[in-house]
Design a protein around this ligand. Structure first.
Ligand SMILES: [Zn+2]
Ligand SMILES: [Zn+2]
Length: 241
């Protein structure tokens, strides 16, 4: 079956995520846009995944809990997990995070929500600070929690593997992410290793209006987080629309 997806979305927990990016708004917008599967990937946290997973379940939308990890080299990597418990255990394994107090007036609020979109707390640690995990270890570390990791927005000039390392070296990744406007063919030519990897296109939406009307799809036998993760661990291409 075709599974229309967006595996890189921020909620109101990310300081840069709009306060309207609540669990119900995200899920309802995804349904309106005809998406079949979404992942929630806030910066260095999966704190809003439990509430969003529950809302998505009620709406019949496939949900993958995750985070956008910032490595020690300041490379963004999307990490997806089969369950909220696995995502939370991975987050715990990253502790202690360098503590920099968030200043909401400068960086934005970091809101934790429940399934009714009520604010149940605010994260005090600035979530966009780099973790101490090296890019060399991410693929294996996420794999140990049953998940899959892939470098985010490799066509961007900042916080990307290409910007930080000047290349896409063999570090165990089986997938990589391009932004919606990237020229896929150009990147396949420029970085030959991508030819053995699954290329995903995600929105990296921080606002509801950034969630795209037209998204790519993956061909999958079964609409489960485990099947999506297994597919992304294969060394093959994904057809994009
Ligand atoms: Zn990013
Ligand atoms: Zn992002």
């Amino acid at each position: 079956m075709k599974l229309y997806y967006d595996f890189h979305i921020h909620s109101c927990l990310s300081p840069c995520g709009d306060n309207d990016m609540t669990p119900n708004n995200l899920v309802n917008m995804a349904k309106l846009l005809g998406l079949d599967a979404i992942a929630l990937t806030d910066h260095n946290t999966c704190g809003n995944c439990a509430a969003t997973a529950e809302v998505a379940k009620q709406a019949g939308l496939l949900f993958l809990p995750g985070m956008e990890l910032c490595t020690a080299e300041e490379i963004h990597v999307i990490c997806l997990f089969p369950t909220v418990a696995a995502a939370e255990a991975f987050e715990e394994s990253l502790a202690p995070f360098p503590f920099v107090e968030n200043r909401p007036e400068i960086f934005g609020e970091q809101r934790l929500c429940n399934t009714k979109d009520e604010i149940v707390g605010c994260e005090e640690r600035l979530l966009t600070v780099a973790s101490s995990m090296s890019i060399d270890n991410v693929a294996e570390a996420v794999n140990a929690f049953g998940g899959v990791a892939f470098p985010a927005h490799i066509d961007r000039p900042s916080y990307s593997i290409t910007a930080a390392l000047g290349d896409i070296p063999p570090l165990g990744f089986t997938a990589a992410e391009l932004t919606i406007t990237a020229d896929k063919e150009q990147y396949l030519k420029q970085y030959p290793l991508l030819q053995t990897m699954t290329l995903l296109t995600d929105s990296d939406a921080h606002y509801l209006e950034n969630m795209p009307e037209s998204t790519p799809y993956i061909e999958i036998a079964e609409a489960t987080p485990e099947a999506v993760i297994a597919l992304l661990k294969q060394r093959s291409h994904i057809r994009t629309r």
